[in-house]
Write a protein that binds this ligand. Structure first.
Ligand SMILES: [Zn+2]
Length: 125
């Protein structure tokens, strides 16, 4: 899939400060904006990449502004965690986890941040 990764993104940094999280991946169109995580560390994380690539596909399928609107509406309706776009991305991101033990699974979990945008965070030790 055609995508770009921006390290130390200004937008992701704002999101990170506002959300008080350690690391943030935020998808806008076909660009993954990172803050608090390096491009290399991110790309090595198969599950996280799969999750964010799913958001890129959602942007492509629905169109930039339309997807933002659909995402926001969905969050109002069912809450961020149950937002169907996050559920879909979470399923994508978990496909690689079948060989993992429960501790690894918890460590690899990606959580939506509750922001009205596809912004995700991952707990780091
Ligand atoms: Zn997500």
């Amino acid at each position: 899939m055609d995508f770009k990764v921006v390290e130390r993104s200004f937008f992701a940094r704002i999101a990170r400060v506002v959300l008080k999280s350690n690391n943030v991946a935020m998808v806008l169109g076909k660009t993954i904006h990172l803050s608090g995580v390096s491009r290399d560390a991110f790309l090595k994380d198969e599950g996280w990449v799969a999750h964010e690539l799913c958001h890129i596909r959602q942007f492509r399928e629905h169109g930039f502004f339309r997807f933002l609107w659909l995402y926001l509406k969905e969050s109002w309706r069912v809450g961020y965690y149950n937002n169907k776009y996050e559920v879909e991305a979470r399923v994508e991101g978990m496909k690689h986890r079948r060989h993992m033990n429960p501790t690894q699974k918890t460590a690899s979990a990606i959580t939506p941040t509750g922001a009205p945008l596809p912004i995700d965070t991952k707990k780091t030790e």
